[in-house]
Design a protein around this ligand. Structure first.
Ligand code: MN
Length: 326
């Protein structure tokens, strides 16, 4: 189909480019780094060739989230956001923007989100999982109480928050030791991000802020497949729930989350996600430049779903969620 919109589509700036090395074989780096640094040339040609009208762009990973100094994190986020705003201004018909945020510091992150939404016209934020502050093993997850003001502002601004993967730090990933092939998109990204999302759900965040909109990539990082069991384990035991949230977690997945197809081009998996959250909450994305636009588009355009759902997932859900003027 033509007119597709994608929202997990990355770029890099010089200061963050190296963060994307090591995820793929070394002989791919020349190609991958060129893809990351390009916006208006190869990227647009890929979009044109594959019926993709718009990308909502975001910085690569982990980038800002892995900068231990909060002020340096803020500086790099602002630099990336200013650069991105300039690129969008050149082609607002083809590109829109997600903010990078220094989540190491709640005040700085809240202020930068407000600046990006109000002054730069961004469509939301994309954050690469937990943030490290001061020491490498001080990992901040966003269900922590200190993020209350940030989430209140995100809700007030109606700013969708894309929770994007990063790898767990070595000290917290003993299960992967000796098996580096499990890191990254193979497995660790999904596990890390799904647990973070479950923490947000269970914390009661969405009871306090029912208007919050969280986006997960990769068809929901395994959660559509697993959420029933999360709520129903040991169903014969009449035990009180052990977390603050008021509702079964599946209800938050259905009411506060949107999922994208990024890097998960599998019809069986899409159908499962549609059965759990509905076609209104799934959005096309590719995960360029780590995945190919043509691989995503050729799969999606031919996937065995109704044409009405293809239009929603490929385009109109994004138009509505981000209030795009196309
Ligand atoms: Mn990605």
């Amino acid at each position: 189909m033509n007119g597709k919109i994608g929202l997990e589509e990355h770029f890099a700036i010089e200061q963050t480019l190296q963060d994307s090395s090591g995820f793929l074989a070394d002989d791919c780096w020349t190609e991958l780094s060129a893809r990351l640094m390009d916006i208006h040339d190869r990227r647009l040609r890929e979009m044109d060739a594959n019926g993709m009208e718009m990308m909502i762009l975001s910085l690569n990973a982990p980038a800002v989230q892995a900068i231990l100094d909060r002020h340096k994190a803020d500086e790099i986020a602002r630099r990336a956001n200013d650069f991105l705003a300039e690129q969008v201004a050149r082609r607002p018909d083809r590109f829109q923007a997600f903010a990078a945020l220094p989540m190491q510091d709640v005040d700085l992150a809240t202020r930068e989100l407000e600046r990006c939404m109000k002054e730069l016209g961004f469509k939301g934020a994309l954050v690469n999982g937990f943030s490290q502050l001061d020491t490498p093993d001080n990992c901040l997850y966003y269900d922590a109480p200190q993020y209350a003001a940030f989430w209140a502002q995100a809700e007030a601004l109606d700013a969708p928050f894309y929770l994007h993967p990063r790898n767990p730090i070595p000290a917290w990933s003993q299960i992967y030791q000796g098996h580096p092939w499990l890191m990254g998109p193979t497995w660790a990204f999904g596990q890390e991000t799904a647990v973070h999302a479950l923490r947000l759900m269970a914390s009661g965040l969405f009871d306090r802020h029912p208007g919050l909109k969280i986006i997960l990539g990769h068809m929901g990082e395994g959660l559509p497949y697993s959420i029933w069991r999360v709520d129903n384990r040991n169903g014969w035991v009449d035990a009180p729930k052990a977390y603050p949230a008021k509702k079964p977690l599946a209800e938050y997945l259905q009411q506060n989350f949107w999922l994208t197809t990024s890097g998960n081009f599998r019809t069986q998996t899409l159908i499962d996600a549609m059965l759990e959250v509905g076609a209104d909450r799934i959005l096309f994305s590719t995960d360029w430049p780590f995945e190919n636009v043509d691989h995503a588009a050729q799969w999606f355009d031919a996937a065995s779903i109704s044409e009405a759902d293809r239009l929603k997932i490929g385009r109109t859900n994004a138009v509505n969620l981000f209030k795009l003027k196309l």
